[in-house]
Design a protein around this ligand. Structure first.
Ligand SMILES: Nc1ncnc2c1ncn2[C@@H]1O[C@H](COP(=O)(O)OP(=O)(O)O)[C@@H](O)[C@H]1O
Ligand SMILES: [Mg+2]
Length: 253
């Protein structure tokens, strides 16, 4: 059974079909890349899958359950979490506060009650704090834990966004352009984190706008163009595909 399936997805904004009859599946444990020129519908696809947007038609099925139109909190409880292309941290809070808050952004979130077995508010607070500090350390942000998020570089914000997403210990992680505006060495570092998460069992779907970036990371690429599936398959074959090259040349990307 597929982990995540969308079938016949349609999203319209006014007269524009941002997603036009899209059907794709992701298997459990896969690391899939979603590519396509600007405006292809990549973020809109994530918005439907993560409950930010209800599609005009079509379905979203997670682990065999129809979750079309389910709110983000319910999806997070079911183990699906996404990051945003424009990072969502609060600039006037510190890195540590932002990571801790991610637990509260998802009421009924998974990790903390499981770790706890206690209703004690103080213990919850400690557990959230410990988990946050672990993640801050994992992403090499410890030296910035007390810095305001507004002072971070674009790449550090992407690391913070990943740490926030992982506060809820997702089974399915959707990453919207985690490499955009990130320098090459941090890009490699983020790619390694994603690979490690996937190897530990997390199903990962990564959006990336540029050709080539995902070829070493993803097992399979899905290329969107004008809201439809253009090509999917193994990365090397996909980036060499004439239709993909043409889409990028013609897509104003
Ligand atoms: N909230 C919205 N309102 C109106 N149009 C939108 C909205 N979100 C996206 N679009 C349009 O839908 C199309 C797909 O956008 P998007 O999914 O953001 O593309 P991508 O992430 O592939 O760059 C674009 O033409 C975009 O302008
Ligand atoms: Mg986008």
């Amino acid at each position: 059974m597929s982990r995540l399936t969308v079938d016949g997805l349609v999203v319209e904004f006014g007269g524009l079909r941002a997603i036009d009859d899209l059907s794709v599946s992701v298997e459990s444990g896969e690391l899939v890349g979603v590519m396509g020129p600007n405006g292809a519908g990549k973020s809109t696809f994530f918005n439907c899958v993560s409950g930010v947007l209800t599609p005009d038609s079509g379905s979203v099925v997670l682990d065999g359950t129809d979750v079309t139109g389910a709110p983000p909190e319910r999806l997070a409880r079911a183990g699906l979490v996404r990051t945003f292309q424009d990072t969502r941290e609060l600039e006037t809070m510190t890195v540590r506060e932002n990571v801790r808050l991610a637990a509260r952004d998802h009421p009924g979130e998974r990790t903390v009650p499981a770790l706890l077995g206690s209703d004690d508010a103080r213990t919850t607070e400690d557990t959230v704090g410990e988990r946050a500090d672990e993640l801050i350390d994992t992403f090499d942000l410890t030296h910035l834990a007390d810095a305001y998020s507004g002072s971070l570089s674009g790449g550090q914000r992407k690391l913070l966004e990943l740490a926030r997403a992982l506060m809820v210990d997702p089974d399915v992680l959707l990453l919207d352009e985690p490499f955009a505006g990130v320098n090459p060495s941090l890009t490699r570092e983020i790619a390694e984190h994603i690979r490690a998460l996937n190897e530990a069992g997390t199903t990962v779907v990564v959006i990336e706008h540029e050709l080539e970036t995902l070829t070493d990371l993803a097992e399979r690429l899905i290329v969107l163009q004008q809201g439809t599936l253009l090509v999917e398959g193994e990365p090397d074959a996909v980036v060499a595909d004439e239709r993909v090259v043409d889409a990028y040349l013609g897509g104003g990307a």
